[in-house]
Design a protein around this ligand. Sequence first.
Ligand code: CMC
Length: 429
Amino acid sequence: MTDKKATLSIEGRADAVELPILTGTLGPDVIDVASLTGNGVFTFDPGFTSTASCESKITFIDGNEGVLLHRGYPINDLAENTTYLETCYLLLNGELPDGTQKADFENLISSHTMVNRSIEQFLSGFSYDAHPMSIMCGVVAAMSSFYHDSLDIANPQHRKITAHRLIAKMPTLAAMCYKHYIGQPYMYPKNNMSYAENFLHMMFGTPCEEPNVNPVLAKAMDKLFILHADHEQNASTSTVRLAGSSGANPFSCIAAGIAALWGPSHGGANQAVLEMLNEIGDEKNIDTFVKRAKDKNDPFRLMGFGHRVYKNFDPRAKVMKEACDEVLAELGMENDPLLKIAKRLEQIALEDDYFVSKKLYPNVDFYSGIIMKAIGIPTEMFTVIFATGRTVGWIAHWDEMISNSYKIGRPRQLYTGPSERAVTPIGDR
Ligand code: CMC
């Protein structure tokens, strides 16, 4: 809180309303409009483009400068110098772990990687060709049926063990969705492997063979998880907070976050990028698609370009592009036709006046889709992997909200429907 105040004068009213101005550590000042309701007016901000929905200490974004900090650390620094589990520890606890804390946390997470056998049976009940995001929504919500002993959200220990369970089990569930789809046996987690190695092992290993995970791909996967770990009050995180504000249990809150992430404007964009590249099909068709993206009367958009907050560049995309180049070189896939279309599209969009003037840069989903395709992950699984990495962010925000004083989220509206009227009897309508 500062001494600064904003004054709102409303035409036709004698008294102006004084509104406190709040100042954070970084970022623009925020006008506290909570008292407005007592003055008979609301604010109107569909899409929340100018609204801070909460106070948070976890992540800071400056979209104009392309800055993303987790607990103060720049995302590129974290991606270069920490593992995903270190970043998880940071997001949950506020500080990076020392050597002992890191080892303890890794042991703790690996002790929760298995899922109850009944979850396996529940998952097996889905149609083999169900979209894995629909399976994840259902299975994660269903996990609340297994942990009655630790669902007291007012108990910090219960919240902690739930956070650990979710982080540990998401890769297991994600890989099970894939195995279900291709009809192979579910792979049990290998707790002597790193988080990312274990995930790739459960995805691509079979019980008939010894584990064999390419370390370059495991490193890229770990980076991909770090780059998706949290992103402030985006649609899915806000959904988790809103669901949690009613006191709902954390598994159902994360399931709500998974549902919100699925949309193509959010996490579903990484799948949409690959679908778009397939639709373009050949470098000679790129111009047609770029023209369509620029046509106001055509709903087509270049997937993987643009961002609500980043109007300079997406700092995650920079790191992801480097990881992408490493993966393609490792797999000798520099000349893959689809990836060639992607590179050419990126180049055109970075030079074309429409994209430059509207500040539409390639976002994290553009490169992550390419990396995952190169690793051999099917497109339907892309958003599931985003959800796996993002789980720590969702749960860190949920925990932050529950640990502080909070109110049920209950936005108001500008009503534009009919005024009060009487029902006409059915015979007279
Ligand atoms: N292709 C063509 N034109 C675009 C695109 C695009 N990808 N993105 C925005 N525009 C245009 C849009 O038509 C509008 O033009 P005008 O001002 O002439 O009406 C202008 O740019 C602003 O667009 P907007 O929809 O008002 O911007 P927004 O901040 O509401 O939307 C976005 C952000 C990410 C939803 C949008 O850029 C988009 O749909 N991108 C493609 C989907 C995508 O890649 N999403 C992943 C986002 S990153 C991962 C995550 O954090 O979830």
